[in-house]
Design a protein around this ligand. Sequence first.
Ligand SMILES: *Cc1c(COP(=O)(O)O)cnc(C)c1O
Length: 391
Amino acid sequence: MRWPAEPALGGWYTDEEHAAVIQVLTESADWRIGFRAKEHEVAFETAFAHYIGAREAVAVNGGGTGLDMVLECLKLRPGDEIISCAINFVGTHVSVLRRGAQLVVCEPDPLTLNIDPADAERVISPRTRAIVVTHMNGLAADLEALAAVAVRHPHPTHGPPVIIGDAARACGATYNGARVGGQGWASIFSFQSKKPMTTLGQGGMVTTNDPALAKRLRRLRSFGKNQDLGTNYKMTKAQAAVGLVQLRRLDAMNQARIDLARHRSAALRAALDSVGGAGGVLLPPEPGGFGHLYYRYNLLLPPSCAARERDEVIATLASRFGVGCIVADPPTYRTHPRIAEHLSGRRCPVADQVADRLFCPSLHPLMSPQDNSLIADAIAETLIETLDRPR
Ligand SMILES: *Cc1c(COP(=O)(O)O)cnc(C)c1O
């Protein structure tokens, strides 16, 4: 594929990251120093907390690990419920099930793909302990509306359900002028290879304004520090050193992706308008107050072209133009049988319909403007052909 559906590396590396790795290798060769990560870890955590605008940042070896640890700190009991949008990364819901909670899925907003606060309020109950909010594809979810829902429905012993943000795809995204990750009880970030910033393949961070939670997470990361039963969830020294460099470069890497996405949207809008309107194709939204990173570039076909025609669009873009597309993401109960079983057949009709209309053509910040124009032309040609077809 000329332009693969999912870039294997989210951002890019420069001489600075290379130098940081060499520096770690060089200094660690001294047997009195070794690969002990403490100073690098503290430097990365401090810089990350400052960048996000959160009180604390705790470095871990993955985003999934971070979510698992935060859920462990909720001390969930059987019957406790956690609300999360059906359209999601499958691992996010796997964490909820692993922790023994009842996953309660709700609908997305059909344009942003983010959790619909009104539907979260419809499914909330006196057993709800948390709302796990994924900022889908680099666009912040409506955190204030969700916090208001939580406050209106306190748990009888634990108070309002906590908001846990899954910001794995939204590192650097903004919400009402602040960075995603400073709100709610905790937020998790991933620095896995595909994410906006990366730390040599794996890595993650948890941000929180709750010092007690940060302290507990630091214990869990290090075998419990003789108080808890943790294990080893630590990030390596080289990862922390590279993370510090990637963080400094994050806004520039994100801006490159944002610029390409906006150009693509403008080109698509012009091409579709020239043939008498977009025919109901929805381009990715940038709602006021929400800074989109375009980790994925979401397009939605009209409901009349769901499923089969959407699959044909994806196949044509791949075979004729070399443009890879993914559906990010279908409802998790469609991809993981254990989740389907856990939900006893419950479905979210809006999520199902959106997942049948959705496709995300390749986007990477290192694409040239020429690449991006070719991709926009390919999408426009394929869409016009599909929408013009009599049905
Ligand atoms: C990648 C991702 C994760 C998991 O992060 P890892 O660092 O790979 O464990 C969690 N949630 C979402 C939304 C993701 O995209």
